[in-house]
Design a protein around this ligand. Structure first.
Ligand code: BES
Ligand code: ZN
Ligand code: ZN
Length: 498
């Protein structure tokens, strides 16, 4: 999908929907001048009710030039916002858009917002594309599929290319996030470990990164005991995907390893979950999906960074062979684990993914992402993910990227005292504390036991943010959380010289 660039209203196809974003504290006169160009009768009325407040939306049908005009408010000015509001605005008015969508940024750029304009344009394009998504794949009556085309209307030639690049970048990022949302929304009968491998295989061929798929027999040979233990009750073999983007530019580019929890469905195992919300557990591979999307985009954007994505993948099922509470298993790291609860499976497969990362890579940064605990949702709700790490600078840097991408994080502590709750009498560690408290932290303490004191490890618990209320669907949906955040952080990392 490309973005067409226009520098005059005259050239725009008449059937287009022109979108004009505005801020509440921007010069109203400038805005009125712009609207006047569209020759709208009753303009005064439209612009007098329009405040520019966040989510304030007006649809106008001008007599000349274009069919539809959407003016929408982004609230108080900030170049780092725009994505979230645009998702909401686009989703709310989805039926009103025509197939050709043009973003008019002429006044926005004139408004002396300098380099911020580029960020805003990127963010608004992300919002439009994600907000207009359709989730009804399996409906027998498909809604008339809208293939949108996108355009950017700029004032003149100055800086035109840069603004165009900004728009194209937004489209590129949003396309991957859209595919990730679709993947996480896919039900488990259509999303086995095999499907994850195929998704990644196709992406690797299209975008030019490497992919190694460790099949069940490889996992057995290499000693992924914890991943295999979770997989025991499933007819579908576990896999571990290892995706590598290595631009190989020079020797001192940084190596980042991302590990994502790829549980394609979490029944809880023999420690069976209640059935009320169990259908949401198709999203228990949200961490894996974030990693998959990030590697895809790193390759697409040719980021100067050595990025490795490791995805231990299985479902957590119940049958006669399934792992039992009380069992003691081994792990990739050779450490023994007492299973208290088979529903605490994510940390088991991550333990193997992290230990594999420690053994095979000299990672400058080691991050894991997982829909790991209900506890993090009780602590932070759906608004922020939990981040846990001993590395203050790393936490600060990732949290800052969270602010910039509207994918917020909040830190929880990893103090030594919490480790005691994970001590086992008979094995090196147990997979669940006896006490039903501090669950997100004790889960992270479990993971910490497998990262061998890595100095720049961070754990992101995205259970509350990967899936939930989202503007594009009535019920719960995947959100794509993590992709935009990590890309922002990786871009920052690859341009810093520390
Ligand atoms: N996949 C769940 C965590 C989860 C819960 C994700 C709700 C998204 C929404 C994880 O595997 C799990 O079951 N965790 C349990 C641990 C339990 C055994 C205490 C939890 O946090 O409830
Ligand atoms: Zn579970
Ligand atoms: Zn789980």
């Amino acid at each position: 999908m490309s973005v067409q660039i226009f520098s005059s209203l005259e050239n725009i196809p008449k059937h287009s929907t022109v979108c004009i974003p505005w801020f509440e504290n921007f010069d109203q006169k400038l805005f009125n001048q712009l609207l006047a160009e569209y020759e709208i009768s009753g303009l005064d009325m439209a612009s007098s009710v329009f405040t520019g407040k966040r989510n304030n939306t007006e649809w106008i049908y001008p007599d000349e030039h274009v069919e539809r005009l959407l003016i929408f408010g982004l609230g108080k000015f900030s170049p780092d916002q725009g994505k979230k509001t645009t998702i909401e605005v686009a989703a709310k008015s989805k039926d009103k858009f025509s197939a050709s969508i043009i973003l008019d940024v002429r006044s926005l750029v004139q408004g002396d917002i300098g380099s911020s304009a580029k960020k805003l344009i990127t963010n608004i394009f992300k919002g439009l594309i994600i907000g207009l998504k359709d989730a009804g794949f399996y409906k027998s009556k498909q809604s008339p599929l809208k293939e949108y085309s996108y355009g950017l209307l700029v004032a003149d030639d100055e800086g035109k290319n840069e603004l165009h690049e900004a728009a194209k970048k937004g489209v590129l990022i949003a396309q991957t996030i859209s595919r990730i949302i679709d993947l996480v929304n896919t039900p488990s009968n259509k999303k086995t470990t095999e499907h994850l491998a195929i998704w990644m295989q196709e992406s690797s061929q299209e975008n030019g990164f490497e992919l190694e798929v460790l099949e069940k027999d490889d996992l057995e040979k290499q000693g992924f005991h914890a991943l295999l233990a979770v997989n025991q009750g499933s007819p579908v073999p576990a896999k571990c995907l290892i995706a590598t983007h290595n631009p190989g530019l020079h020797e001192n580019i940084k190596t980042v390893v991302l590990v994502g929890k790829g549980v394609t469905f979490d029944t809880g195992g023999l420690s069976l979950k209640g059935s009320q919300n169990m259908h949401y557990m198709k999203s228990d591979m949200g961490g894996a999906a974030a990693v998959m999307g990030t590697v895809e985009l790193a390759a697409k954007l040719k980021l100067p960074i050595h990025l490795v994505g490791i995805i231990p993948a299985t479902d957590n099922s119940v049958d006669a062979l399934a792992l039992k509470p009380g069992d003691v298993i081994s792990s990739f790291a050779g450490k023994s684990i007492e299973i208290i609860d088979t529903d605490a499976e994510g940390r088991l497969i991550l333990a193997d993914g992290l230990a594999y990362a420690i053994e095979h890579y000299k990672a400058d940064y080691l991050l894991d992402l997982a829909t790991l605990t209900g506890s993090v949702i009780r602590a932070l709700g759906n608004y922020a993910a939990g981040i846990m790490s001993h590395n203050d600078k790393l936490v600060q840097s990732i949290m800052e990227s969270g602010e910039k991408t509207e994918e917020k994080l909040w830190r929880l502590p990893l103090w030594e005292e919490y480790h005691e709750m994970m001590d086992s009498d008979i094995a090196d560690i147990k997979n669940l504390s006896d006490k039903p408290i501090a669950g997100a932290i004790t889960a992270a303490k479990f993971l910490e036991f497998f990262v061998d004191g890595h100095q720049a490890w961070a754990h992101l618990d995205i259970a509350g943010t990967a899936f939930g209320k989202f503007p594009t669907t009535k019920g719960y949906s995947a959100t794509g959380f993590g992709v935009d955040l990590l890309i922002n952080w990786l871009e920052k990392l690859s341009s810093s010289h520390e």
